[in-house]
Ligand binder design. Structure first.
Ligand code: HEC
Ligand code: HEC
Length: 316
């Protein structure tokens, strides 16, 4: 776009032609005036289009015309745009995580097979294995990862598995797979397309049940996050915001459980434990051990993560 108005001063343009940045008309050479008014027209047209577009978009949404159902697919252009956005976003971020040089060791493949069987196959299926019925009703439908491994590099597969994909149903596994397990899954995905159904069945039957059960943040977060943000992320990543409003954490306006504010001044938490960091962490980690009748579920959280959340709640 070389013809933007009021651009840098060029030797051919007289000084007066660039002094005003507001008026498109200046009493100088005809070329400059034409260039500037053409630029103004382009800008005005774009602005008008943007205004019509956003008013139209707002009306489309306000009138309830946008089909949010999972039975109705995206329009093809939207689908294509989203796919492009995904590709660009992943490529942009994934290089911060180079794969280990010896990615495809037998031990990693074994471990990856176990994690894939326990965490992925329900949605993505495998050679000779259909996804679970619930996954077939998802929109977008979780694709076969045989196709996925054709167009993603190892570091891309790692990034997607670790971080998930917003608004698609692909979960983030950052807190539920260790760093080693994440790379093990990537190693397994590398081999997935080469496996016959019989080989897959044998491998997944023999793989050790070694996938992590307790949720813990992965060792290396790049870039490292401040403690407050880590805690906010922990609330989101452990489903707390599905039932509670947590101060400072984005989430739905929900009142299944009480709003988690003002806990520091309280006598007891959940009517059971003292409102200290340890008491609160004990409740967050295993509320049902403290009160067999509580509706709050025991999610499966490490002590470190529970303490991180407890400390946050006592200071907010
Ligand atoms: C609850 C269902 C669900 C589970 C469980 C799940 N995924 Fe996904 N996954 C999705 C959805 C939905 C998408 C987005 C649709 C698509 O492009 O396939 C997706 C996309 C992906 C993609 C990108 C695929 C592509 O072709 O662009 C990868 C890679 C992936 N998942 C890996 C995994 C791994 C590895 C696991 C297990 C650790 C896993 N997923 C578990 C639902 C799931
Ligand atoms: C399925 C809904 C649900 C989820 C998910 C949930 N909670 Fe709760 N939580 C409750 C309910 C309900 C209570 C009220 C206690 C009761 O009824 O026994 C509660 C109570 C609490 C309390 C005590 C509040 C008070 O005023 O004494 C804290 C603290 C708490 N939850 C933190 C969390 C954290 C942190 C998470 C995420 C790890 C979480 N909860 C996940 C439903 C939930």
């Amino acid at each position: 776009m070389p013809d933007i108005p009021a651009g840098p001063r060029t030797p051919s343009a007289p000084p007066t032609s660039t002094t005003s940045t507001t008026s498109p008309i200046t009493p100088t050479s005809g070329g400059a005036v034409r260039r500037r008014s053409a630029g103004t027209w382009v800008a005005a047209t774009l602005l008008a289009l943007a205004t019509v577009g956003s008013v139209g978009g707002a009306a489309f949404i306000a009138l309830g015309l946008y089909d949010v159902s999972a039975t109705g697919p995206h329009l093809q252009p939207v689908h294509t745009l989203l796919e492009f956005a995904l590709k660009q976003a992943v490529r942009q971020r994934a290089d911060a995580h180079p794969p280990p040089a010896d990615l495809l060791t037998p031990a990693r493949l074994q471990q990856g097979a176990a994690c894939f069987r326990d965490r992925c196959v329900a949605c993505h299926g495998a050679p000779g294995v259909a996804p679970e019925p619930f996954a077939l009703g998802m929109q977008p439908v979780p694709g076969s990862l045989i196709e996925g491994t054709r167009h993603w590099r190892h570091q891309d597969l790692y990034w997607i598995t670790r971080n998930g994909i917003k608004m698609s149903g692909m979960p983030a596994w950052e807190y539920r797979l260790s760093e080693d397990e994440l790379w093990a899954v990537v190693a397994f995905l590398d081999q997935l397309a080469t496996l016959t159904p019989t080989q897959y069945a044998a491998l997944s039957a023999s793989a050790a049940p070694s996938c992590r059960a307790i949720s813990e943040a992965p060792a290396a977060l790049t870039p490292p996050l401040p403690t407050v943000e880590l805690a906010q992320r922990a609330f989101r990543q452990h489903g707390c915001t599905a039932c509670h409003i947590v101060p400072g954490v984005v989430g739905p306006a929900t009142a299944v459980g009480p709003r988690l504010s003002g806990l520091a001044g309280r006598d007891k938490i959940g009517g059971r434990v003292p409102a200290t960091e340890q008491g609160l962490a004990d409740w967050i980690r295993d509320p049902r051990a403290l009160d067999a009748h509580t509706a709050m579920p025991t999610v499966g959280i490490s002590d470190t993560q529970a303490k991180l959340m407890a400390r946050y709640l006592l200071s907010h």
